[in-house]
Design a protein around this ligand. Structure first.
Ligand SMILES: Cc1ncc(COP(=O)(O)O)c(C=O)c1O
Length: 398
């Protein structure tokens, strides 16, 4: 791609690869020069039904012909229906809609503080979060994000947060006191490197939260909506949170975020939280289409099957190339830890060869393809990755 003069009008906040995407279909995208890519990034775990899914297109078109947006001063049927589906398919009692993951987490943090204050008074406001987490870029979500690199230049952050090691119940236990109102964590840390929480850890976290009447918030912005082979990642352990945040896959590409809460945590009153665009009929109608397709048992089984296949192919590559240290993750949220710090170079070369993947750190590649990916797509992606390894002169173990 020729970087045009006009790129300067877009604020310089992203390190972008030098291609411009213009079209997509299924698991493939094309750039403005007609080059085809197999997309294992999927808008960062957003395009769960791939590109140009006929049911998403027809939902958008038919809803746009009826009503795109109306204020939350009034009811709209699409919002009611999507809230009902989300509750019926989870532990949920009610739902608040917003537009992104960060916003959903902001809502969760505010809600937790209100709960603490209501029941125990104004000293109950502290939130415990985990190191290596990622919860978004707005101030509350940024403060909850346990990675210093994202905080740099933006201090002072929001007060009342403390950080503990992920998967370490003792650290969490020592951090809890009378002032703690909530614990927030990802069931699998996405941006932090595809790190899975142990089942025993989640069970202990739940027990601790119950013991102290602390709200447990699961940020399922990345893991939710079928990504891990279950509709929500908490289902793998059976540990239910009090609050779950969703975004990314829920709209299949249309911006939407949601805060799903149980009855106990349903404490907002009118006027305490709001969003102009949140829960608009267009986004909710697409959310309904996504939920109806993704929540089918055979759809989720296929996600699990393709995820296992992707994992097994990466493990085969690991046997052949010592550059791969570890393969981790669940369903179609897979991380590949490397023995070297060249992840970005691998991503760049794979892109030139027609495969989009991304690096969450110097030594971790992440694979989050559309959930409709086939075995053929996976095999092709692995072939391109192997060609990349060969061209980069990574040593074969064979
Ligand atoms: C777990 C998690 N939470 C929150 C966010 C923030 O979502 P958004 O970029 O939609 O604000 C992300 C984004 O990557 C995420 O992975």
């Amino acid at each position: 791609m020729k970087i045009s003069e006009n790129c300067k009008y877009v604020m310089n906040t992203y390190t972008r690869y030098p291609i411009k995407l213009v079209r997509g279909e299924g698991v493939k995208v094309w750039d403005d020069e007609g080059r085809e890519y197999l997309d294992f990034v999927a808008g960062i775990a957003v395009n769960c039904l791939g590109y140009s899914h006929p049911e998403i297109i027809s939902t958008i078109v038919s809803q746009a012909e009826k009503i795109i947006h109306c204020s939350n001063l009034y009811w709209n049927e699409s919002q009611i229906n999507l809230a009902k589906i989300l509750c019926e398919k989870s532990f949920g009692h009610s739902v608040f809609f917003c537009n992104s993951g960060a916003e959903a987490n902001e809502g969760a943090l505010k809600l937790a503080r209100k709960y603490g204050r209501l029941k125990y008074g104004e000293k109950r406001y502290k939130i415990i979060t985990t190191l290596n987490s990622f919860h978004g870029r707005t101030y509350g979500a940024l403060t909850a994000t346990g990675q210093e690199k994202y905080h740099k230049h933006f201090e002072p952050l929001v007060g009342g947060f403390s950080y503990v090691k992920y998967n370490d119940i003792d650290e969490l236990q020592s951090a809890v006191d009378e002032s703690t109102c909530a614990v927030i964590l990802e069931v699998i840390q996405g941006e932090g490197g595809v790190n899975e929480a142990d089942e025993t850890y989640l069970k202990e976290v739940r027990r601790l939260c119950n013991e102290h009447d602390i709200l447990l918030i699961f940020d399922e912005v990345q893991t939710g909506i079928g990504r891990t082979g279950k509709l929500f990642a908490y289902e793998h352990s059976g540990v239910e949170p009090d609050i779950m945040t969703l975004a990314k896959g829920l709209g299949g590409g249309i911006p939407i975020g949601a805060l799903v809460v149980n009855e106990k945590a349903d404490v907002f009153s009118p006027g305490e939280h709001a969003s102009t665009f949140g829960g608009n009929p267009l986004a909710c109608e697409v959310g309904i289409t996504v939920m109806n397709l993704v929540s089918q048992p055979n759809f989720l089984e296929t996600v699990q099957k393709q995820g296992d296949f992707l994992k097994s192919k990466l493990l085969e590559l690991k046997k052949k190339y010592n550059v791969i240290k570890r393969v981790k993750g669940k369903g179609l949220m897979i991380g590949c830890e490397l023995n070297i710090e060249d992840a970005q170079e691998i991503v760049k070369l794979a892109l030139k060869k027609g495969l989009l993947i991304n690096a969450v750190s110097k030594n971790i590649l992440r694979f989050v393809p559309p959930l409709i990916v086939t075995q053929e797509d996976v095999s092709k992606a692995i072939d391109i990755l192997e060609e990349t390894f060969i061209e980069m002169d990574f040593k074969s173990n064979m």
